[in-house]
Write a protein of this length. Sequence first.
Length: 269
Amino acid sequence: MVDDSGGVTELHIFQQRFIPFSIFCLTQLKTLSIISSKFDIPPEISRLSSTLKQLTILNLPKPQKTLPAELLMLHNLTMLNLSNCGIEIVSDAIANLTRLRILNLKGNKLFGSLPSAIKQLRALKILDISGNSLINSLDVLNGSTSLRELRAADCGVDHLPLFLPCLSTLDMSGNKLTSLVGIETPAIPGWYTCTGEKYMLSTPGMLHSSNLTEFDFSNNKLMTVPEEIYGLQYLRKINLKNNQINIQEREWIIGRFRGNYNPELAIII
């Protein structure tokens, strides 16, 4: 894609064996995608740091294990997608990407606790770490007031992160949750800004968000849900399919939600 002056602003490289080094001279390039290609990411990519805002690198045949240092010098990035690249470690230097709003690390090999450096991404709105089956804790996200969408499906997490007051979408399907303890955890008192509005939070934490619209807790080990969920007036979809909820509890949950008279609410259970 080119702009009105003829400068290349968007480029997609698909299934290539070599990368043309001339792309690192594209002074107007804002969006770059490298998909299913067989070359290593060269250090020259840092030359694009002044203009590049969106970078997608998918399905690299050679596992990266850690984020290439050159990518962490692209300080104007607002979106970084590194799905299926074999990444095991996220360097603390990711905190240098201060403008990053969307981070997708889906289908990698991250393990243990989510890297602490991610909490330092103050502008981060959307985080997808789905398919990292060895991740067992998201506690580093506790208290994040920027995060709007969290997708952590098919990991190994057995408890929820605490106090995400601005969250609107939460996908925790395919984990090891036995309860939703923490979803009603009392908030830390203070002023917070969500969707441009500033308001005081005192109680309760995650459930206080006026934007909270979608939960997916399917394929876990839940037997029930906490009472606080029934009071979410803006909830539009909740998925509880394939848990350990018995028939009586299932009917009770459905009845409670229907009692809220919300015709737009979709319940999957």
